[in-house]
Design a protein around this ligand. Structure first.
Ligand code: CP
Length: 321
């Protein structure tokens, strides 16, 4: 594996989940694989889980890690080509990425979308330029349109909690929020779950209010309904997430609070397990009674971020020897 940006970088989902769960059982078995290899993690936005789980995964593999909080500690970055840099930006991504590539064997980068210009965000200009100029394997730590390490951890969690031979019903439901959030997590979840459906691992349904349709590039193969109760019926896993509108790009449309999943809403499910990528706003996005209840998987899901990162780094390291 030379790059980890989307589900298209993985050829067999069952195989990568199996490999990740093997590492979970025996985390330090490949301690020598990453010896004398440096991982650089570049953050242009905040993070708790991605930052710590990826560092832990690298350390489990014997790698060294450097973290650059570009948003706080780096020079203001210019990403446009052909501009005279006489404004606030100080360093061009051409030099910044190339220099980081000199110091590191693998790089990871997190960069959120601006949510103002859909074409610009969906072109993944910053991520693509970073890949081009650093000249090293790159792991997405969440880009403008996708969060693949999260989606892989989500799939690991679903497979881990599904009795063998069963094909669970997985439902992605939109939930309310006060801020405009990116579509990266739901896009990515939809893309990975649609592939998992195509590989016969799960059934997959998406539900959201009118106006919150995701880009069809990510949702082809999913059952989509505006009726949340119908979607939740007989669900085995309910994945809760807010996102801003893709159509009315980056806008928070009027929806009220009635879309927030709570115990009453989930009474029509098959005692569904509850998932969320975190951070979550309690009793706005998701009811506390579910987060704190026996069917909540949110902490185990966050724990599985380590094994998602570890299997990806392992595959990149093996590719180098
Ligand atoms: N789920 C997730 O990516 O969490 P962080 O933003 O804290 O890394």
């Amino acid at each position: 594996m030379k790059q980890f940006f989307s589900v298209s970088n993985v050829d067999n989902l069952s195989a990568i989940v199996k490999e990740a769960l093997e590492q979970k059982k025996n985390p330090y078995a490949l301690r020598n694989l990453g010896q004398n290899k440096m991982l650089g993690l570049v953050f242009l936005n905040p993070s708790l889980r991605t930052r710590l789980s990826t560092q832990k995964a690298a350390i489990n593999l014997g790698m060294d890690v450097m973290v650059m909080n570009m948003d706080k500690d780096g020079w203001a970055l210019e990403t446009r080509d052909g501009v005279v840099m006489d404004g606030t930006t100080v360093e061009h991504i051409r030099e910044a990425a190339a220099v980081m590539g000199e110091y590191c064997d693998i790089l990871g980068i997190r960069s959120f979308p601006g949510l103002k210009d859909r074409e610009e965000d969906y072109s993944e200009d910053l991520f693509n330029k970073f890949v081009t100029y650093c000249n090293k394997p790159v792991v997405s730590l969440e880009s403008a349109t996708r969060h693949p390490l999260q989606s892989l951890a989500d799939l690991i969690t679903i497979i881990e909690h599904t009795p063998s031979g069963r094909k669970p019903k997985v439902v992605l439901t939109w939930a309310p929020h006060v801020k405009a959030l990116p579509q990266a997590v739901p896009n990515s979840f939809a893309e990975w779950m649609s592939r998992a459906k195509a590989e016969g691992l799960i059934d997959f349904t998406i539900t959201h209010p009118d106006g919150y349709e995701l880009d069809e590039v990510f949702t082809s193969g999913a059952t989509i309904t505006l009726n949340q109760e119908e979607a939740l019926r007989n669900a085995d896993f309910v994945y809760v997430k807010n996102w801003s509108s893709y159509k009315a790009y980056g806008k928070v449309l009027e929806t009220g609070t009635e879309w927030m999943p709570d115990a009453k809403k989930l009474s029509v499910t098959n005692s569904a397990k509850v998932m969320h990528c975190l951070p979550v706003r309690r009793d706005l996005e998701l009811a506390s009674e579910l987060l704190d209840g026996p069917n909540s998987l949110v902490i185990k899901e966050a724990g599985n971020r380590v094994w998602a990162a570890q299997v990806v780094l392992k595959r990149m390291l093996i590719n180098m020897v």
